[in-house]
Design a binder for this molecule. Structure first.
Ligand SMILES: [Fe+2]
Ligand SMILES: [Fe+2]
Length: 178
């Protein structure tokens, strides 16, 4: 499967889960907690693998560097909303307000990815490269799903870093206590 289809399939799943979450009644008696966890499990592995496989392929090409980096800032913003949603969901605060913000942020992000990045990708990468990216993307996701917040945060920083710093960063980060 080419990377574009693999990404799109996940995008549809996340959008559907968010719609499901927002359609819950306000007194949903704890259905929202498991659904928020499901959104996390779909979104975080998707984003980390997408950065490592797709965004960083753009970063290797000088003229397309910005395209890859823009996505990172939107991932950070969406994940900060997701964390707020996870906490609000647990204490039953007004979690729907944050769920709506997350939905809007992700819909914007996904639309941009599927238009600008997919178009640029199709012009830059061969079909074989797109197939290889799709395969690598699917392979990475299950491992990321099992990681906690600390692990996925280190992974994001690692993905964003210039390759020459990665090794030192990872060995240092493992020894930091947060
Ligand atoms: Fe995506
Ligand atoms: Fe993304």
């Amino acid at each position: 499967m080419q990377i574009y289809e693999a990404l799109k399939k996940d995008h549809e799943e996340v959008k559907q889960l968010l719609n499901q979450l927002l359609s819950l009644p306000d007194n949903d008696e704890k259905q929202h907690g498991p659904l928020i966890a499901k959104i996390r499990d779909a979104l975080i592995p998707h984003s980390r693998a997408e950065e490592a496989v797709f965004y960083n392929s753009f970063r290797l090409i000088d003229a397309s560097k910005k395209l890859g980096m823009h996505g990172y800032s939107e991932h950070l913003a969406a994940e900060s909303l997701l964390r707020t949603l996870q906490v609000k969901g647990k204490i039953d605060a007004d979690w729907k307000v944050t769920a709506r913000e997350l939905k809007a942020a992700l819909e914007h992000h996904i639309a941009e990815e599927e238009s600008e990045m997919f178009t640029a990708g199709r012009a830059l990468f061969t079909n074989e490269e797109a197939d290889a990216m799709g395969e690598a993307f699917e392979k990475m996701k299950p491992e990321i799903k099992e990681e906690g917040l600390m692990g996925t945060t280190i992974d994001m920083l690692k993905n964003m870093m210039p390759p020459r710093f990665i090794e030192t960063f990872v060995s240092t980060a493992r020894n930091i206590r947060f």
